[in-house]
Design a protein around this ligand. Structure first.
Ligand SMILES: Cc1cc2nc3c(=O)[nH]c(=O)nc-3n(C[C@H](O)[C@H](O)[C@H](O)COP(=O)(O)O)c2cc1C
Length: 364
């Protein structure tokens, strides 16, 4: 059955990307979710897709990546579309407008997006207010960032942990967006150690052992990858999200290919999966990983799971294929698990990590 999304898609395509996105969010806020997506995407998930991680029961491993719902306006609607979990944010402590528009570009021919949003955010108070009003059903993570003009980046993240710990099912320390000057430097060994130790203390102060993950960039040298894996294991954080958008521009053909910002979508799929396998090896399979980058099919999601991801997320695939993709990925995953003789997602995690190249160097 064709979903309503297929009918409205041509009109959305004609709008500037950010206007189309805002229109979609408003429609979802007004309850449009019941007209979107295949009914199949909303049937109860098959038991083979269920997983318990960090004490949370994930009905399926397919999540919405950060950046789609930065201000926690529609997490319930996105869960209703069939996602197994939703990550809201990145949210900064104080509201900020982000970079001047235009700052979001569709690269149709490459099935990719370039964005330089720059953490446009309604701020923590707004996000916390919305989350405290929602019914606690479904898994919602909160992705934390820092204000562009902050004097103390570590204090910004600590404030995020303190204020969001009680309302989030998990927290993400985003040190990998390419559009806030200096942000990615937080991934270096010493700074990351200091940051994470401080955030562990903030979590204790908050009085809730909410799982805390770190989201990393795809553009990391072998040394940086090793350092991050060691820091992650030493500090005792709960997992890694691999990966954010890339600064690389690998063989793109679209007119907009040279816009500044982070690239997501199809060209990011192979390199972010290779990085995932690398992080799985470097952390010796001891850290749950969330694989994100260029997922547009069940095969892409399955490749990330076999490379080492316990869960996956997507954003750009949803923009190009619409919400039917969620149900398609879930159904495809069930078939792929059965084909390969796995009884559950958990059994498949990491089973092909050594089939990936050790380092896939991104062509800048
Ligand atoms: C428009 C846009 C905005 C994004 N904003 C954020 C963000 O605020 N925080 C974050 O951690 N990642 C952000 N991301 C990155 C995504 O969460 C994801 O890591 C990346 O896009 C790769 O996945 P994809 O290829 O499925 O889109 C954004 C991506 C896009 C396309």
């Amino acid at each position: 059955m064709a979903s309503v999304y297929r009918l409205i898609r041509p009109a959305l395509r004609r709008l500037p990307p950010e206007a189309a996105h805002e229109l979609t969010l408003r429609a979802l806020e007004l309850g449009a979710v019941r007209f979107l997506g295949e009914p199949a995407g909303r049937e109860p998930d098959p038991p083979a897709l269920a997983q318990r991680l960090w004490g949370l029961d994930f009905p399926n491993p397919v999540g919405l990546a950060a950046g789609y719902d930065k201000d926690a306006r529609v997490p319930g609607a996105m869960l209703q579309l069939g996602f197994g979990f939703v990550e809201v944010g990145t949210v900064t402590p104080r509201p900020q407008p982000g970079n001047p528009k235009p700052r979001l570009f569709r690269l149709e021919e490459d099935r990719a997006i370039i964005n330089r949003m720059g953490f446009n955010s309604g701020g923590l108070a707004a996000v916390v207010g919305r989350l405290s009003k929602r019914a606690r059903c479904g898994i919602v993570g909160v992705n934390l960032g820092r204000n562009r003009d902050t004097a103390d980046a570590v204090a910004d993240y600590a404030e995020g942990v303190l204020r969001a710990a009680r309302l989030a099912d998990y927290l993400v320390v985003n040190v990998s967006s390419p559009n806030t000057p200096g942000l990615r430097e937080l991934q270096s060994r010493e700074i990351l150690t200091t940051l994470l130790q401080r955030l562990m203390r903030a979590r204790e102060e908050a009085g809730r052992q909410v799982p805390m993950l770190v989201k990393i960039a795809p553009d990391l040298t072998p040394e940086e990858r090793r350092d991050i894996a060691e820091v992650a294991l030493d500090t005792g954080i709960d997992g890694l999200i691999v990966s954010n958008t890339t600064l690389a521009r690998p063989n793109l053909i679209s007119r907009r290919a040279h816009e500044a910002g982070g690239l997501s979508g199809r060209p990011l799929c192979a390199p972010s999966t290779a990085l995932l396998a690398d992080m799985y090896r470097l952390s010796r399979g001891r850290l749950p990983l969330i694989g994100v980058g260029g997922i547009a099919s069940a095969a892409d999601a399955y490749a990330k799971i076999r490379a080492g991801a316990s869960l996956v997320q997507l954003y750009t695939g949803l923009v190009f294929a619409g919400p039917d993709l969620i149900g398609q990925i879930k159904a495809g995953l069930v078939d792929l698990l059965r084909r390969d003789g796995f009884g559950s997602i958990e059994e498949a995690v990491g089973t092909a990590h050594d089939a990936m190249p050790a380092q896939l160097v991104m062509p800048f």
